[in-house]
Design a protein. Structure first.
Length: 299
């Protein structure tokens, strides 16, 4: 049975427009593909903008590496809706993706007692909003992020001593206090498949930076978490209404040593299979269970 894996021109194999970090797509597919083949399935990479008819014969669609979706959000969500309307099982579901696409989902999780970073939500922030956030948070450095964004795109850091009076962001934004623990302790990514814990890693930014993504020079290393750390990440997973097939829970350590949720990545996260050798098998088993559930009512 063919399983679709959504891509974009920046990640699709053979594309002349591949991103510098497209190797992560290759690593992820290489972990999942042989495990699916061992279970009698074939993974097919396909651009998410392909016509719905191109997905015929693919009952399950993985939202794999469509790493440009934030630039065409409405079109992307409409394509997932159309795929589901045509009878395809989309993982994660269109409802989950729609909820997760706007970082306001963090407010929902905070209301479910998930420990999160203090945040101010502003439609089109200017320097005055940055200054107000600094006063509210009692800090000298604030990070501005797009409410719809990925890979730190459009993100900026602002320091009280060097505020640019002409700065503004043309997108709805979230403003958060900068946590220096990102540079000293790192960011932790907890990987879950169908609600089951797979592995965790620690990501660190390049010297002088605060962004941990590989495209900015970030690096990662395996990490052995405590039971308390896993429980903190699991709290975020269990608070999600639509159980995701896969989830990456990104967290940072707070001043008290506990973990704070930075992001619950449910759309197109890199799953770091190199640090989780069982990830491919876990994904293949979870996909097989979803496929069995699809045909169960007809038997």
């Amino acid at each position: 049975m063919d399983i679709a894996f959504l891509t974009c021109p920046g990640t699709h194999p053979g594309s002349p427009n591949r991103r510098a970090d497209a190797y992560e797509h290759d690593v992820q597919v290489a972990a999942i593909r042989p495990e699916l083949e061992a279970r009698g399935h074939r993974l097919v990479e396909i651009d998410w903008r392909s016509p719905v008819a191109a997905f015929d014969g693919m009952p399950l669609v993985l939202v794999g590496t469509p790493w440009d979706y934030q630039d065409s959000e409405a079109e992307f969500l409409a394509r997932l809706d159309a795929l589901e309307a045509a009878g395809h099982l989309v993982c994660n579901s269109a409802a989950t993706v729609r909820w997760n696409a706007r970082k306001t989902y963090l407010r929902d999780l905070a209301e479910c007692d998930v420990a999160t970073i203090p945040t101010r939500w502003v439609e089109q922030p200017t320097t005055s909003d940055i200054a107000a956030a600094m006063e509210a948070f009692g800090c000298d450095t604030v990070v501005a992020k797009r409410q719809v964004g990925a890979g730190a795109e459009g993100q900026s850091i602002h320091r009280k001593a060097s505020l640019d009076p002409d700065w503004s962001m043309a997108h709805p934004a979230m403003l958060q206090p900068f946590l220096p623990q990102i540079q000293t302790d790192g960011e932790y990514s907890f990987l879950f498949v169908d609600g089951a814990f797979s592995h965790v890693l620690c990501k660190r930014p390049a010297s002088g930076d605060y962004r941990v993504q590989s495209i900015y020079g970030g690096s990662e290393e395996p990490y052995t978490p405590s039971d308390r750390d896993i429980a903190a990440a699991l709290t975020a997973v269990t608070a999600i209404d639509h159980r995701p097939l896969y989830a990456r829970i990104d967290m940072v350590r707070g001043h008290d040593g506990g973990l704070l949720l930075m992001e619950a990545e449910l759309i197109e996260p890199f799953l770091y299979p190199a640090q989780g050798p069982l990830l491919g098998a876990m994904m293949a088993d979870a996909i097989a269970r979803r496929l069995e559930a699809l045909v169960a009512p007809a038997t």
